[in-house]
Write a protein that binds this ligand. Structure first.
Ligand code: F6P
Length: 541
């Protein structure tokens, strides 16, 4: 593999002699060669500096990393999450009926389908107003309490699918900051509110603390009836029982579903309640279609693999440290946050599967905001800053507001304009002409020419789809999941554990007594100084 890596670096060095815009001049069919489509979802990666030689080398890299075999191992249910000794089977949660997946010699599909059916029956009954609270009133609102993977997926998806949301209103509480739950419960009636406590482990401090607050809110209003307003989603059935949540209100899942990959099963209950059975199934269908594509398409024509290879090219070969997720779709406003967890918690690792230091940069920093808003904020840096940020645009051919199609036209024009501007830039010559046409005085011409010049040659990819339907959302999420897995495989890391979140959690447990008046001489001066500042009596209260 070292030879392929060094070949790629050499290739990059040679490619610096040309620009992305030049590549289109020399190859008018570049778009056809460097784009790929499956089930209506198109990935255009022609606005990158990749050419055939570079792409072939990257495909070879994936082959040498054993990607083909790793994909089959994942889908077969082998324990590829080696540090936790677990299979990785979020794909089974969306596998079509009739599929068989075995873990420890047991077919897990009957259990998955049974749980899905229970979820659907519960959600549909809730939507029809047949499930009521302790006073007999119908549930109008659902509050999901969870954090990380037990929050971001449902938050992102219910917003993305807002045009399909016709069930009870869903609210989400994640932060241990009391402001979060206070704002969510404000204006809600305990009699008509259902609380879902979603936690894979059922031990997460934030979730358990917020759950206790919600329970006391329910208790104050409803007394013993409070329990009728609770649902739990977890792998820890002993802990949900300890909390007194009746079994029929508990939706369990197995430890081979990673938190950040869990919205396809019980963690997705709020989505199911919001959009109903058919739309939820359509979302699973979109993901299953992407799974099938990932499993069967050759690597050169495989959307998740191509997206991953572009990522590797940009982070490892070009040295770009971040990637921006820029959905031109207001309803995908939480997609960047969702992908931050998916990507950075999966691939932000410094050791290989074997426990050795990784020899190259692994997961990049992921960030972003919807366009066009970002254009009026941070795009300045994207266009003229000293750091190159590969951009990932997402855009639908249509929106959900046919009466406002002229606004959607503006959205599309802006999205395409940005990728064109990043690539094309504005030369010093063009900038000077512009300055002259604007009547800039001769004395200021050089200075203003510099300011009006855009370096260009900045790469981007664009994901284009017909419309943001449940099916398309499923495709997009599964695409990114498999991209993350592919990149992790090439870096030789385990994309399915998250040891890096542990230390801070442990220290917070340590620090709480100190915040609450204790002493601890082992702490550093900064920590002690800040504790003093944060615990000093406030003269204003
Ligand atoms: O702290 C990180 C993490 O473990 C994530 O991986 C997970 O999605 C989140 O916390 C919530 O965990 P749980 O679902 O067990 O409450």
């Amino acid at each position: 593999m070292d030879k392929i890596w060094s070949g790629l670096v050499e290739h990059r060095r040679r490619s610096l002699a040309t620009t992305i815009a030049d590549l289109f001049q020399t190859d008018p069919s570049r778009f056809q060669t460097f784009s790929c489509e499956t089930d209506g979802l198109l990935l255009d990666f022609s606005k990158t500096a990749l050419d055939e030689t570079g792409l072939n080398a990257l495909v070879e890299l994936a082959e040498q990393a054993g990607l083909g075999a790793r994909i089959q191992e994942m889908f077969r249910g082998e324990a590829i999450n080696v540090t936790e000794g677990r299979a990785v089977l979020h794909t089974a949660l969306r596998a079509p009926g009739g599929a068989e997946v075995r873990v420890d010699d047991e077919d897990i599909m009957p259990q998955i389908h049974e749980t899905l059916q229970r979820m659907e029956q519960f959600a549909q009954a809730l939507r029809r107003g047949e499930v009521s609270g302790s006073t007999g009133a119908q549930f109008t609102d659902v509050v999901n309490i969870g954090i990380g993977g037990s929050d971001l997926g449902p938050v992102m998806a219910t917003l993305a699918l807002a045009p399909y949301c016709d069930g009870p209103r869903c609210h989400f509480v994640s932060n241990v900051d009391g402001a979060d739950i206070t704002a969510s419960l404000a204006g809600l009636n305990p009699e008509t509110t259902l609380v879902i406590i979603a936690s894979k482990s059922f031990t997460t401090t934030e979730t358990m603390t917020n759950a206790a607050t919600a329970l006391s809110w329910l208790h104050t209003a409803l007394g013993e009836g409070a329990n009728q307003h609770l649902v739990a989603v977890s792998t820890a059935l002993d802990k949900t029982a300890e909390m007194g949540i009746p079994q029929e209100r508990v939706f369990g899942f197995a430890d081979w579903v990673g938190g950040r990959y869990s919205l396809w099963g019980p963690v997705g209950l709020p989505i199911l309640i919001a959009v109903g059975r058919d739309n939820f199934r359509a979302m699973l269908g979109g993901a299953a279609a992407m799974d099938q594509h990932f499993k069967t398409a050759d690597l050169r024509h495989n959307l998740p693999v191509l997206l991953a290879l572009v990522g590797i090219w940009h982070s490892n070969i070009c040295g770009y440290a971040t990637r921006a997720i820029l959905p031109y779709e207001q309803r995908l406003a939480r997609l960047p946050a969702y992908l931050q967890q998916l990507d950075m918690e999966s691939n932000g690792k410094g050791v290989t599967l074997e426990g050795h230091r990784v020899s190259r940069t692994s997961g990049p920093i992921v960030w972003g905001e919807p366009g066009t808003n970002g254009q009026h904020a941070f795009y300045q840096l994207l266009h003229q800053g000293t750091q190159v940020v590969p951009a990932e645009f997402l855009i639908g051919a249509e929106g959900h507001e046919p009466e406002l199609s002229h606004q959607h036209d503006l959205l599309k024009a802006n999205c395409l304009a940005q990728s064109e501007a990043l690539m094309r830039g504005r030369s010093a010559e063009q900038a000077r002409e512009l300055a002259v046409s604007r009547g800039i005085a001769d004395a200021d011409l050089d200075r203003m020419t510099a300011h009006l010049t855009f370096p260009g040659n900045r790469p981007s990819v664009t994901l284009a789809y017909p419309r943001l339907t449940p099916f398309v959302l499923g495709q997009i999420i599964a695409l990114y999941e498999h991209r993350v897995f592919t990149e992790g495989t090439i870096w030789g890391i385990n994309s399915f554990d998250q040891w890096g979140v542990e230390l801070g959690k442990e220290l917070a447990v340590d620090l709480l007594p100190l915040i609450q008046g204790g002493t601890d001489s082992s702490k550093d001066g900064s920590t002690l100084g800040l504790v003093a500042k944060l615990t000093a009596p406030n003269p204003e209260t």
